[in-house]
Design a protein. Sequence first.
Length: 188
Amino acid sequence: MANINLLPWREKLRAERKREFGMLVLLALILTGAALGYWHWYNNQLIEYQEQRNAFLKKEIAQVNKKIREIRDLEKVRKQLISRMKVVTDLQSQRPLVVHLFDELVTTLPDGVYLDSVVQKGNTITVRGKAESNARISAYMRNIEASPWLSNPQLRIIEQKGGSQNTPTFSLTMRQVVPKAKGKGSRK
């Protein structure tokens, strides 16, 4: 006799495949959910790491900016100190000039010439005085021209006032110069 299977085997096979398909879909959904969860967690870790780096960089930038401000403040103080040192150095270098000026005023002054006032503004010196004659004033100007510390005498005013003394009064300007130092041992 022929072996005939009357059981609904196709329906069982279909139901079995349907159940396997459902299991595979469920497994795929679980794996997809797990992969999406891991991806979300990994991105959150990257964001957190980047935020930590940003916070560290902001802190370092703040420290560097503070140091830059301190350096700028120190540069200002340095410039102020340098300008003060320059003023002190200039004053120290000009100290002997006053001594030389008065020495030259006395040295160049011929007999018969008397100074009433001496005014210095920068390198320009204005003197006012009296002389016994105009020749004495011109001798004074020649002496100034010959001086290594004074130069460029210019007569501004000369007046001959009437009276018993009849002495001319004068006003002249000159420039104070610093003679160039002669080099010792210099060769041509």
